[in-house]
Every structure is written in C-alpha cells, then in structure tokens.
Design a protein around this ligand. Sequence first.
Ligand code: DHB
Ligand code: FE
Length: 279
Amino acid sequence: MAKIIGGITTSHIPAIGIAMDRGLEDTDYWRDFFAGYPPVREWLNEQQPDIAIVFYNDHGLEMFLDKKPTFALGCAPQYENADEGWGIATIPPVTGETELSWHIANELIEHDFDPTICQDIKVDHGLTVPLSLMYPGHKYQHLKVIPVCINCERHPMPKPSRCYAFGQAIGRAVESFAGDQKVVVFGTGGLSHQLDGERAGFINADFDNECMDKLVSDPQALTKYSNDDLIEIGGAQAVELNMWLAMRGCLLGKVREVRRNYVAPISNTGAGMQLLINE
Ligand code: DHB
Ligand code: FE
C-alpha cells in the first residue's frame, strides 16, 4: 500500500521563484518568508518521498476561461512550463508519474468524482514555484509529480466542501494502491489575497491564521464556507484555500503540525506555510 507521509502548504506567487533565482532570500523584504522553509526542506530530505501530489490552480496558461475543467488530473510522464507573459522560465520539466495517476483516475470515477484526465498539459507557477521552493536550484526532477488542478478562476467554482471531499477520495485511492511508495501532498496558493479590482491588495491575517489552525484541528469547519464567503472574508483569490483543503482531505485522519510560517504581505498575499504529518 502506498503511504501518504504528510502534507505541505505554501504560497505559489511567481515573485518567490524570481527572488530565489536572483539570490534575494536574505534581503529585508524576503528574510522572514524564506526563514520558514529550511526545516521543511530538511524533512523532505530525511523522508525522501517518491511521489508528490500537487493541488494547484491553472491561472490561465493551459485552461483558460473558454475551457475550464472543475477538477483535472495529470497522467503524463512529464510536464513542461510555458510562457505566462514574461517569457518561458528556463526551469527543467517536472517529472510525471503514470501508474498511481491512472489508479487515482479510476478510483475517483468509481467514487463519483469525474476529473478531466490530462495526458499533455503545461504547468504554471501554481505548481512549479512550490517545487522550486522545496528543492532550491530547481532540483526537483527526482520526484514524480501528480498535478491535480482545481478551478479557482472561473465561476462556478467547486465548493470548499467538495474540494475537501475530492482530497479525501484521492487519499483513499492512494491508500488502495498496491505499492510501497511514499507520497507527500502539496496544497498551494492562498491565503487571503485580491489581485485586482477595488479591493486589490486586501489581506485578512486573522482569517489566515484561523484557517491554518482549523486545517490542523478541525478542517470540517472550513468546509462550511461558501466560495462567496471566502471571497468576502479573504479577497477574490482567497478561494485558493480550496487547494489547501483538498490537501488536508488527502491526509484523511488526525495530523500534527510540525512547522508553520506566516508573513503578510508578500507581494499581494498573506503567505502561509505549514508542514503537517499524519499521526
Ligand atoms: C500573486 C498571487 C497569486 O496567487 C498568483 O497566482 C500570482 C501572483 C501575487 O500576490 O503576486
Ligand atoms: Fe495563485
């Protein structure tokens, strides 16, 4: 049986990747943000997971408003990034995973979730920035990645409760996979933020901290929110919390918080990070 060893949540803003490429981690602006990550990198280095399931959102690179899967699952041997408007980032392609991916696809459909199955997709900062953050120098190619994409851009979006249940279904699918792989799960993006409109720059740090508390002890409480609630309380892009909820669903049972970091603002976001391990 494949085993989920824990979950990691992190902001995915493109500026993080740029700061690392330019060696700005120890500058006044970035110091507190990057200080959160070495213990998580050490944990990954100790644990040596074989596979990462990464919940992310496609911000319009591959899945634009005209074709927007509610949930999408990557089943490809490799994923490349592409031009998001500033030229193609010169980072290595992400290694895919095909056997567990297809097992998850089959199990999801068997349990009444019907994702779009993707054998050829480009991945954006929502997926690549967290990997580069965990493996500095973009040294993530040893890790087999299963991208799981949740619509956070185009209404109607899947409800927080549904994203949590989707994560649980994936967690159970992993547990039923005949293999001895160690799996880590990422929830990326968030927390409170709004990138445009009248409330551009809006952040709600109290709400962000409450979300991180509840993610550990009572994730069900977060599933009571609607997407409209999240937008009102945390800004238009706070719906990215849904990826954190899907990650938490995957962990299935009780978890222990090993690390947490929170800095706001980083770019336009409340930048949270957590390392949760299965009890
Ligand atoms: C920012 C936040 C995001 O979630 C994103 O996808 C891109 C940029 C930001 O705050 O800069
Ligand atoms: Fe985002």
